[in-house]
Ligand binder design. Sequence first.
Ligand code: AMP
Length: 280
Amino acid sequence: MSNLPQVYRNVDDLRSALLPLRQEGKTIALVPTMGALHAGHLSLVKKAKEQADIVIVSIFVNPKQFAPGEDFESYPRTEASDLQKLADYDVMGVFIPNAREMYPNGFATSIQIEGPALGLETDHRPHMFNGVATVVAKLLLAVLPDVAVFGEKDYQQLRVIKQLAKDLHLPTRIIGAPTVREVDGLAMSSRNEYLDKDQRKTAVTISQALNIARDALHNGESWIEVQKKALATLKLSGFTTDYFELRHAKHLGHPETAKGARILVAAKVGDTRLIDNIEV
Ligand code: AMP
């Protein structure tokens, strides 16, 4: 049996542990997560290990990226099994701060980000990317990694974080990793745990709709037609769709051509909101 990774609960302890390693010239990769780890997260850990000598995983359910009434309270928290999963990977440490460590009394700073953060998710969760940008900036400054790995599953978030790192001259290379899917195509997500049996069956429609839309664009159909059909399919299967949009892969504005663009979707089945995306 492998050993559980070392847990750090505060920034000072983590920095003290990293300092001698950094002085030895070791490179560091960070994988930020909210825990409830699945194979998607673990693929990021693997990628991080390919990029650097040392891997740090962070687990923090960030209250600043949830609005009142969202699933902050019910979000799965599974620290013991997360650590068990990470034991099979060569992870130097897991940073698990509590909210008091990240946002002590009197915390007064927030990062406001526009550009790729505008539209899509922001139209439905306006608080989210400022919360994400604030916590990711804090994590990157706490660890000062050479590389940080984020999933393409949260494609808008990946673009937002690349923008953040560029704008703030953060000394970290941000890299994306492909979406890991269940056998039927559903993108893995900690929120999939909320789905009951019927909803789980319905959920596959999202990735199917993305694949069908991409193929239709390849066959020369117009985006308007493709989007109309996808929205109808999602509705028929029981989804309430927040958006199903074709966007430029970098700035996430409207693309001039479909080639190389990205289709992004967010839709709700019951109370569970799922997001996914695909490259055209
Ligand atoms: P989360 O714990 O949901 O905040 O996700 C932490 C990181 O894992 C983010 O960079 C996500 O994009 C990434 N991630 C989540 N699900 C997947 C997946 N199915 N495949 C690849 N990366 C993922």
